[in-house]
Design a protein around this ligand. Sequence first.
Ligand code: ZN
Ligand code: ZN
Length: 246
Amino acid sequence: MKLTIIGYWGAYPGKNEGTSAYLLEGENTKILLDCGSGAVARLQNHINLATLDAVVLSHYHHDHVADIGVLQYSRVVDMNLKGTTEPLHIYAHKDDLMEFNRLGKKPYAEVFSYNSNGPLSIGPFTFSFQKTNHPVPCYAMKITDGSKSFVYTADTTYDEALIPFIQGSDLLITETSFYEDQEAKTYGHMNSKEAGTLAEKSDVQHLILSHLPHFGSHNQLVEEAKKYFSGNIQLAASDLVWPKEN
Ligand SMILES: [Zn+2]
Ligand SMILES: [Zn+2]
């Protein structure tokens, strides 16, 4: 599998960058995890939009779904004018039915629901989901291709119920919305200490800090998380690829 960070900012995108969006590729399958602001523009640095098979949405906050409307318009254009025949598959939860029902329409999109009861297969990938602690319903996702696996927390407070869900993964991508001395729980998020602690208790080897704040110095987030986590830590960045390419 190949995972590319398309957008990593919390709340709104930094200049020429994007909020939460991650491109997952493997065996001719291309999936976007969340579709934040800037995702459609930035995704085209990596793939032709018509070749995207599916989008999996963690929740309906703007910084995770801002571009889902225009991504569907790209499929309308591609299907009507460029000869693409495959609709965009959108996977989302039904805990907010109004938001779910606003997602795409046939023939350009097909919408499917997921939940935490069972796994979901998309191409070579198996997804499992666990609800997080956030002001609106949100799901962390664990994704494996049978050889490698990672967990993307999406948005959440520090929640030890995530530990068994994360254990055994090669990589953890945590949201890290605040610095160690800042209270994050009130906002439904984690700070750097909590991100590091979650990774340490989950026994992962590699941690990527993402959903980054628009204040302070991001390197400080790494220094703070390092105090609580003994594995490799990396800051999310545009176009960063995991596993690292040789
Ligand atoms: Zn959120
Ligand atoms: Zn968010």
